[in-house]
Design a binder for this molecule. Sequence first.
Ligand SMILES: Nc1ncnc2c1ncn2[C@@H]1O[C@H](COP(=O)(O)OP(=O)(O)O)[C@@H](O)[C@H]1O
Ligand SMILES: [Mg+2]
Length: 510
Amino acid sequence: MKIAPEIRRLNSPGPISDAFLRSRAFVKIIIGPVGSGKTMTALRALRQVGQKQGGAMNPNGVYVRKARVGVIRETYPNIEKNTLPSWFDIHPQSEGRFTFKAPFTHKLTLILGLDPKTGKPNDICEFEVEFRAIGDRSVEEACRGWQVVAVMVDEADLQPPELLAFLSGRVGRGGIDTSLMVDPQIILSLNAPYIDNWVYGLAIEKNIGEIVDQKLLDALGDRELLEVFIQPGGREPVAENLHNLPAGYYDIQAALNKHRPDYVARMIDNKFVPMQHGQPVNPQFDYQEHVRKLEWDPSRQLTIGLDQGLNAAGAFTQRTPESGLRTLREAVMLREDGSLAKVGARAFGQLLRFTINEHFPELRPHMVRVVADPAAWSASDNEDTQRDWVRMVKKEIGLPIAKARTNKPALRNGAIWQAMDMRGGYAIDESCKHLIRGHLGGYRYMKANMSDGEKRGHLRIADTAYTHICDAEQYAAMEGDSIISDLRGLPRIQPGMMQNDSDFDVFGGV
Ligand SMILES: Nc1ncnc2c1ncn2[C@@H]1O[C@H](COP(=O)(O)OP(=O)(O)O)[C@@H](O)[C@H]1O
Ligand SMILES: [Mg+2]
């Protein structure tokens, strides 16, 4: 077995991070600007919990501890892109055994002590960390079978509010040998939350009602239930982790984001601000970077996404060889004043056919795939009219129409975010005026309705003139190879060919 060495290369980001690392509270939270070392520090904290678990002496006189811990985020691409790199800074992928199959697991043997005479390890921890995404599942489904002594929630404000109550009922409870368990912990890291986010209520207002029960209080002993560590803003003289960041890091970011004051307030200055009515759903969209003239590549599949109904819209897209998303044309019926017109199925089908003839001449059926909102097929009161919609559009365009993969918002938006987050991953032709306006903020979140107690874990998207074309683009975007499986964290290879090389049974116990 490969033995993982102690942490190297890491230094202290600053006093708040250090205090956070030392905290034994059942729930501990670190809030700070982007780049302040939160993810890394929270992962180190997670690793520390593992190291202090009790164990037993083996026949060779080595004290062996066992610990299983978890990390949770919204999607697997975000785990891969944002959380794993920090983890690999602590323990490279080559150490121990890392399983690159969702949920990702990393098994390591951590050396905690050496025999002074022989120089051989005499205190080790069999450590396993599992990275899970919530994706489009409920918290309960995502955490099924989790028996862990600690969980780290990265970007906690982006996770659903019920997560914490759920985890507090699981972490360090049931199934684990509690006699050897030391200080089970829930570790949250995030940027300054909006004041109407659930983490603001928890961390700042200390609304802890829903996580406390008598059993938990009894188990706490001398520990605090909740401790919150707020780092200085990135432009303050005492900002943390500056020595691990490039010079001018925060000033440059503040300059680049001048047009988004609430972003600067939260992400750079670590200030709590209200969520403004109408935040764009795709804030990564940047006119300069993403809008240009695009050419159709007839050697690659054209994918047309359709949103059905009286405000039907169509988006014509392709994937580049590097799997970037290119949106070439849109089909929407606009009035003279630029607003969205209502359109019947036949007229919409004709608009699609016209767009195809005009912009994609000599398109053959094998070069194109048309997908529409699966709701267009689902049984409902207006079943007949909806089915008619598909049938009539099909007839007008002379092409089959397939159901889009899903209409779950997390996955649909995820497919677009994944493209926009990737360097060169997204571009849209300047002719797609309606869709561009959507990305610039026409497609936006609803104002939080706090009066009826609604929480803001998963934000709802406002129903505007722009939702239809944005939906259409999303249906098309989900068609790429492995797009959906990546977002859901499913293996890319076919099940029959796959070897399950993990002996970790998510439904079983330890
Ligand atoms: N203790 C540390 N020692 C050395 N480098 C660190 C340490 N903590 C963070 N870093 C580096 O600082 C950068 C930002 O850290 P990260 O944890 O991603 O910040 P955040 O999650 O707050 O945005 C990363 O490049 C990371 O490798
Ligand atoms: Mg981070």
